[in-house]
Design a protein around this ligand. Structure first.
Ligand code: ATP
Length: 297
């Protein structure tokens, strides 16, 4: 009988939007020869880097990132979970072949499920179809890490992050996207579903990238506030839905290790400088212990 090859080792960081997964992945990757594979279904596309909160080249600290911003949505409007499974598994083989550790990072649990499940049926969405069987046997030798943040705390952080995003060029990016890119893209698929695009459609079609001024037109100010609030609300809803999907997989037998980042987020929101020390103790160090155990097996 042919000998079965050992499964490839893969680190998977599963976490809702805004919970600090990019930072954690780069911290892990700077300690082991590793490469990162993005599994956020919107960040796979080229464009809207600020709106979709892609990790910047500077923040990547030289760690190779795959499936991050390299799919042209004009040529390939929507990457399916099945296509992600196939592309990401080839990338994992290449990374392992180079002797590096693959680290899968992202918020799209339908993509993570598609990639890791030993048996995957592309016609069944385990999260939305009642009765669909969750496959708890995984294709890789994984450690699954979940960064948890209590929702009220995460919501507060998300609201702050949306304000920062708009101020740091997000409005300009969204105005340009509506003015040029949307002309070549099918609505309601892929990148056009990105949070911020529908919410700002009306505002940018009337006012472009112009910020409302405190002494200016009240109508403009109201429309702007409406778009920002809707963006905050929809991002909070997304974080909650992503968190529920992680809990769902854990309940169905996936061995997901939960790390609680709530205290560090609270410290950050209170402007306390020691948030980083709390994060290192409560999130980074336990993650490194988990990764070490996987590598020592
Ligand atoms: P679903 O089954 O609903 O597609 P999913 O788990 O496959 O969920 P999610 O990552 O939860 O995928 O994304 C769902 C939706 O959330 C996207 O279609 C998009 O509207 C929004 N979204 C996800 N990631 C981002 C992002 N980085 N920036 C902006 N919007 C995003």
């Amino acid at each position: 009988m042919p000998m079965e090859l050992p499964k490839e080792k893969v680190v998977v960081i599963m976490a809702p939007t805004a919970s600090g997964k990019s930072r954690l992945s780069v911290e892990v990757a700077s300690r082991y020869p590793s490469e990162i594979i993005n599994s956020d279904k919107i960040q796979v596309y080229k464009g809207l880097d600020i709106t979709t909160n892609k990790i910047t080249l500077e923040e990547q600290l030289g760690v190779p990132h795959h499936l991050l911003g390299n799919i042209d949505s004009v040529i390939h409007p929507e990457l399916s979970a099945a296509e992600f499974r196939s592309r990401a598994s080839s990338i994992i083989s290449e990374i392992s072949g180079r002797g590096n550790l693959p680290i899968v990072v992202g918020g799209s649990n339908s993509f993570v499920y598609a990639l890791l499940a030993n048996e995957f049926n592309k016609d069944l969405n385990v999260f939305s179809e009642s009765g669909a069987q969750v496959c708890s046997e995984l294709r890789y030798n994984c450690c699954l890490i979940w960064i948890d943040v209590s929702l009220p705390v995460l919501d507060e952080y998300i609201k702050k992050r949306v304000d920062d995003m708009i101020d740091s060029g997000g409005l300009n990016e969204l105005a340009k996207f509506h003015q040029y890119d949307m002309l070549h893209l099918e609505p309601n698929v892929g990148l056009t579903k990105s949070i911020g695009v529908p919410e700002f459609k009306e505002y940018v079609s009337r006012y472009g990238n112009e910020m409302p001024s405190s002494k200016g037109d009240q109508k403009q100010k109201d429309l702007y506030d409406k778009a920002v609030n809707l963006m905050k609300e929809n991002t909070c809803k997304l974080a909650k839905a992503q968190m529920e999907k992680i809990k769902f997989l854990k309940q169905r037998g996936w061995d997901i290790k939960r790390l609680d980042a709530t205290k560090s987020f609270m410290a950050l929101l209170q402007g306390s400088k020691n948030w980083s020390t709390i994060w290192e103790t409560q999130v980074l160090q336990p993650t490194l212990n988990i990764v070490n155990s996987l590598l020592e097996e």
